[in-house]
Ligand binder design. Structure first.
Ligand SMILES: Nc1ncnc2c1ncn2[C@@H]1O[C@H](COP(=O)(O)OP(=O)(O)OP(=O)(O)O)[C@@H](O)[C@H]1O
Ligand SMILES: [Mg+2]
Length: 267
């Protein structure tokens, strides 16, 4: 099990009034979602978790080791990030070289690299376009490629910043299955999302950020059982809850249509 622990962490950009302030946050679940309004600080939190930016106060512990003490190679093996905009991550001449370059940061054996590259390209369904230039790919393909570059390194922790955005439905299904499989294989998967339906169907633990502070940590059902809090942090409940509330006046918590059906089955 992986444990990420933030203690008295604060960060502010020199050029903005925004401040991230997290007194205590512990993440141990294999699938964790981070949610909150635009500008709440979600991506800032991810940048701190990658070790690319250092908090101005406090520390971030991963399995009780300070993230700041890890060597660059160990950091890559510990935590990998798929950015919201895949283009920012891609710069090699071909799809295959892009994945190989990523793995070469932590692996030097060319045979191992070649085998792993072929394997992850097959996993994300990009084998047929391995010789294409990444910039000629469609947006879903670019996103799948940026996921492949992280899969090749196979870090303990995967961060996904808005993985569903700009993906078509089959790619969304593929990425969701991949994330669930990683979580089953004892990786930790943390995703930022604005999609409450996907969140409610996929995640067991959520952290809510608002104005740079953690306002809730817990299960989706516990969050959506507090409508005032959901409103205050600028979120909406899953669509099934809004529909059942509007149409039937039933304000109980339903995470998915299947959850509604299960709760109304007569035995
Ligand atoms: N490099 C930067 N320099 C200065 N200010 C920044 C920088 N990056 C982000 N900010 C500011 O910090 C605040 C938090 O930004 P952040 O990107 O973490 O929000 P977010 O929760 O990821 O939002 P979104 O849902 O829109 O992606 C915002 O006010 C943003 O304008
Ligand atoms: Mg963001």
């Amino acid at each position: 099990m992986t444990a990420i622990q933030l203690n008295d962490v604060s960060y502010h950009y020199p050029t903005s009034d925004f401040k991230l302030t997290i007194d205590q946050l512990t993440m141990t679940a294999n699938l964790v979602a981070i949610v909150g309004q635009n500008g709440a600080g979600k991506s800032t939190l991810f940048k701190l978790l990658t070790g690319l930016m250092q908090p101005q106060t406090g520390n971030i512990l991963i399995n009780h080791h300070d993230l700041a003490d890890l060597s660059p190679a160990d950091r890559l093996k510990t935590i990998g990030i798929v950015f919201q905009d895949p283009s920012s991550q891609l710069f090699n001449a071909t799809v295959e070289k892009e994945v190989a370059w990523s793995l070469s940061q932590t692996e030097s054996d060319a045979a191992v690299i070649a085998e792993k590259v072929a394997q992850v390209l097959a996993t994300v369904g990009l084998t047929d376009i391995k010789d294409k230039n990444p910039f000629d790919l469609s947006m879903p393909e670019k996103k799948l490629l940026s996921i492949a570059t992280v899969l090749a390194v196979d870090p303990q922790i995967y961060l996904f910043d808005e993985p569903m955005i700009s993906l078509d439905w089959p790619s969304q299904q593929l990425v969701t299955r991949l994330m669930q499989q990683l979580a089953r294989e004892k990786h930790q998967v943390i995703a930022i999302t604005h999609d409450m339906d996907w969140l409610a169907a996929t995640f067991s633990k959520i952290a809510v950020l608002s104005d740079g502070e953690i306002k809730f940590e817990g299960a989706p059902a516990a969050l959506f059982g507090q409508p005032e809090l959901v409103h205050a942090v600028g979120l909406l409940p899953p669509r099934i809850m809004s529909i059942v509330s509007d149409v039937l006046g039933d304000s109980r918590v339903y995470l998915t249509p299947a959850d509604y059906v299960a709760k109304h089955q007569t035995h």
